[in-house]
Design a protein around this ligand. Structure first.
Ligand code: AP5
Length: 216
């Protein structure tokens, strides 16, 4: 199974993507995670990408397509694409790659959430800088405030979760990524829109109803 999770920053793509990997035994390919790994490693690609990420802008298409191509060459399972594609050229690049690999795209799932809730979720997100454990002050705080349950370090906001950067990320989503919904509606791949503003379990149940019939 190959599918795309499409949605604004904070819509729950990462959260639902992780649940899908458990349910269907597929890989979650998050370009955001790949870029953050590169930043952490201090590679030239990571240092370059960080400038775009910190400003809430998109990393250039050719960089992203190179990363995705590298992962896809190694993966033998199905894939849920999380945060990719984000532009029409990326979608065209993915289409060409999947055709080349003879791995058809089964579905696009759009996770739809209003701006106010997106901002609330992102403002509440905390990540442990040491071990990567994730928290949210609204629904999954650490047992002791300000102390990671796993390693004891202090969970922090993601650098690009600052309010001004989030506003820019939302604008970039509207300008460059939301047009992908029409792009895929005009393609043979089915597009499903789910109401992502409800609880995580309800959203996951809706997605499972759509995808269980096409599971491998
Ligand atoms: P990326 O890491 O992809 O970030 P994003 O798309 O902005 O998405 P987020 O990670 O903020 O949110 P999400 O939808 O995954 O939600 P999550 O599940 O975490 O990209 C970061 C940057 O990298 C980009 O800005 C760009 O610079 C660059 N980049 C990445 N991919 C690129 C590409 N393809 N092309 C070019 N540049 C690229 O949930 C958010 C919070 O809400 C969490 O705390 C979670 O616990 C909570 N939550 C989730 N679901 C619910 C729910 N149902 N109810 C209540 N809370 C919930």
């Amino acid at each position: 199974m190959h599918l795309i999770l499409l949605g604004a920053p904070g819509a729950g793509k990462g959260t639902q993507g992780a649940l899908l990997t458990e349910r269907y035994g597929i890989l979650r390919l998050s370009t955001g995670d790949l870029l953050r790994d590169a930043v952490r490693e201090g590679s030239a690609l990571g240092l370059d990408a960080k400038r775009y990420m910190d400003a809430g802008e998109l990393v250039p298409d050719e960089v992203i397509l190179g990363l995705v191509r590298g992962v896809m060459a190694r993966v033998r399972t199905g894939v849920v694409f999380d945060g990719f594609p984000r532009t029409i050229p990326q979608a065209e690049g993915l289409d060409a790659l999947l055709t080349e690999l003879d791995r058809p795209l089964d579905a696009v799932v759009v996770v739809d959430v209003g701006d106010e809730e997106l901002v609330r979720r992102i403002a509440g997100r905390r990540i442990c800088p040491k071990c990567g454990a994730t928290y949210n002050v609204h629904h999954r705080p650490p047992a002791v405030p300000g102390v990671c349950d796993v390693c004891g370090a202090e969970p922090r906001s993601r650098p690009d979760d600052a309010e001004e950067t989030v506003r820019r990320r939302l604008a970039v989503y509207r300008e460059q990524t939301a047009p992908l919904i029409s792009f895929y509606e005009d393609s043979p791949t089915p597009v499903h829109v789910v109401d992502g503003a409800r609880g995580m379990g309800d959203v996951a149940a809706d997605i499972a109803l759509l995808l269980d019939p096409i599971r491998e």
